[in-house]
Design a protein around this ligand. Structure first.
Ligand SMILES: Nc1nc2c(c(=O)[nH]1)N[C@H]1C(S)=C(S)[C@@H](COP(=O)(O)O)O[C@H]1N2
Ligand SMILES: [Mo]
Length: 418
C-alpha cells in the first residue's frame, strides 16, 4: 500500500489521467480548505515526471519549495539570517534576524496606542489608524544589532559570524511628522526636547534615549515591512526604525515616546550597549553602525571547484552609501575593485560581485568596504588596537577572512585578518 492509499480523500494519479481533472481540482480545493496538506490528499509531492500530473491549485499564501532548507538558527534570545543563502539585497521577511530581550509579545492592533508626551505642546495618544492617516514613507534600509560579531572556529558561516543583520522595505510615518503634530520645539540639540525616550510594549519594557535630531532627520514610526504589516518578531504593530543606527535603538512594539532635556540613563544605554575604548574609558552612545562587508560566497559551508568563481557578498554602512568594495584573493597582498549591483542605496545592504579564476591552490579571500564618508572597514588587528582590548563587546566590524583549501572547502579564519 502506498502512502496515498491510506488517506481518506484519495486522489490518485490514475484518477487525474483518467480525465477527471475538473473533479480532481474540486476535491483538492475542498481538502485544502479543510486544512489538509498535499501529502494528506494523496498527491505525490514530487512526481517522477511533473508533466504527467496536474499541479496543485493556487493557495491563500505561497510556500517555499521543500528543497529550499534555508532557516534562522534560534537561541533563546536571538536568531540569525542565513546570509550565505540570500541573493540580491532583500531579506525574506520570515528570515529577518530576531533579537528579543523578553520574547515576542502578542499585541492586539485594535487596542494599540502610542503616547507622545513630555516636553511637547500637545501630549497625544495615537491609534494605529491615526498613524496610518498621516503621509507615509517607504525606505529600503538595513538593520543590524551592534552585538553582531562572532568568531573562534573555522566551521562558521556568514550567518554564524554576522547574521544579526537583515534588510527590508519599511513603511510608516516619519517621526518628524508626529513631532510637528504634538508640537516639539524644532532644532533643539541641548535643553528642552533635545532627547526622547522610546519605550517598548514587551515585557522587557525596553527603553532607549535618542537625540531628538534623529527624529527630525529620518526616524520612521514603521507599521509595514516588505509590503505587509510588520511581523510580530519585528515589532507588530508598530516599531521605531532608526536608519543606520544600532539595532537596539529601533524599539519594537513601541508604545511611548517622551521628550526631555537629557538621556534617561536606561539599562540598555549604561550597563549594556556601551563599549570599552582605550585607557579604560567607556564610550556610552555609539549610534552609527560602522561600514562592513562580508563575502557570502564562497563561504563556509560551501565547497567549490577550481576554475571560474563569482565571488559574491554584502556591504553596508550606517553613515551613508557604500562607495566601493575591494576584494583580495591572495591573502591581502593585492586588492581588486568589486562590481556593485545597482541600486546602491543610502544606509542599505549592497550586493557586490567579483569574477575570479581559482587555480586550486590554498589561499585566503576577503572583502573590504569604503563608505561615502571615506571610512574604511578595519582589520581585526586594527579594531583591537583602536579599542585597546580584545575582549569583544559591541560594534565589531572586522574584515572576514575565508581560507580556501585545495579540496575546495571554505573555512573561517578565526583569528581574522591582522
Ligand atoms: N521593545 C523591544 N525593542 C527591541 C528589542 C527588544 O527586546 N524589545 N531588541 C532590540 C535589539 S537589541 C535589536 S538588535 C533589534 C532587533 O530587531 P529585529 O528583531 O526586528 O531584527 O530590536 C531592538 N528593539
Ligand atoms: Mo541588538
Amino acid at each position: 500500500m502506498t502512502e496515498s492509499d491510506k488517506q481518506p480523500n484519495k486522489l490518485t494519479r490514475r484518477t487525474l489521467l483518467g480525465g477527471a481533472a475538473t473533479a480532481a481540482v474540486a476535491v483538492v480545493q475542498t481538502s485544502l480548505a479543510k486544512g489538509a496538506t498535499f501529502r494528506q490528499i494523496g498527491i505525490p509531492e514530487t512526481p517522477d515526471d511533473p508533466t504527467r500530473q496536474m499541479g496543485v491549485p493556487p493557495g491563500k499564501v505561497g510556500t517555499r519549495s521543500k528543497f529550499e532548507t534555508l532557516a534562522k538558527n534560534p537561541s533563546d534570545i536571538s536568531s540569525r539570517s542565513p546570509l550565505q543563502d540570500f541573493h540580491g539585497i532583500i531579506t525574506p521577511s520570515d528570515l529577518h534576524f530576531e533579537r528579543h530581550h523578553n520574547g515576542v509579545p502578542a499585541i492586539d492592533p485594535n487596542k494599540y496606542e502610542l503616547l507622545i508626551h513630555g516636553q511637547v505642546e500637545r501630549p497625544t495618544v495615537f491609534s494605529l489608524a491615526d498613524l496610518k492617516r498621516f503621509p507615509s514613507v517607504s525606505r529600503i534600509v538595513f538593520l543590524e544589532c551592534s552585538g553582531n560579531f562572532r568568531t573562534g572556529k573555522e566551521t562558521m558561516s556568514p550567518q554564524d559570524i554576522c547574521g544579526l543583520t537583515s534588510q527590508s522595505e519599511w513603511t510608516g510615518v516619519l517621526l518628524s511628522t508626529l513631532f510637528r503634530e504634538v508640537g516639539v520645539n524644532p532644532g533643539a540639540t541641548i535643553g528642552r526636547a533635545s532627547w526622547f525616550l522610546a519605550e517598548g510594549g514587551d515585557s522587557a519594557l525596553m527603553t532607549r534615549s535618542i537625540p531628538t535630531r534623529k527624529g527630525w532627520d529620518d526616524a520612521i514610526i514603521a507599521y509595514a515591512q516588505n509590503g505587509e504589516a510588520l511581523r510580530p518578531e519585528q515589532g507588530y504593530p508598530v516599531r521605531l526604525f532608526l536608519p543606520g543606527w544600532e539595532g537596539n535603538t529601533s524599539v519594537k512594539w513601541l508604545r511611548r515616546i517622551e521628550l526631555g532635556d537629557a538621556p534617561w540613563q536606561t539599562r540598555e544605554e549604561t550597563s549594556k550597549y556601551s563599549e570599552v575604548i582605550k585607557n579604560g574609558k567607556v564610550r556610552q552612545f555609539s549610534f552609527d553602525i560602522d561600514a562592513r562587508s562580508i563575502i557570502t560566497f564562497p563561504a563556509y559551508p560551501a565547497q567549490v571547484q577550481k576554475g571560474w568563481i563569482e565571488i559574491r557578498g554584502l556591504a553596508w554602512s550606517g553613515r551613508g552609501r557604500v562607495s566601493r568594495v575591494d576584494v583580495s584573493t591572495d591573502a591581502g597582498k593585492s586588492w581588486q575593485l568589486a562590481q556593485l549591483q545597482e541600486p546602491v542605496l543610502d544606509k542599505a545592504h549592497v550586493r557586490f560581485r567579483h569574477l575570479w579564476h581559482w587555480n586550486g591552490d590554498a589561499t585566503e579571500i576577503m572583502s573590504r568596504v569604503t563608505d561615502e564618508t571615506g571610512y574604511i572597514q578595519p582589520t581585526f588587528a586594527q579594531l583591537i588596537e583602536a579599542r585597546g582590548t580584545d575582549t569583544g563587546g559591541y560594534h565589531l566590524n572586522p574584515i572576514t577572512v575565508w581560507q580556501l583549501k585545495p579540496d575546495g572547502r571554505v573555512l573561517n579564519r578565526p583569528e581574522n585578518f591582522r
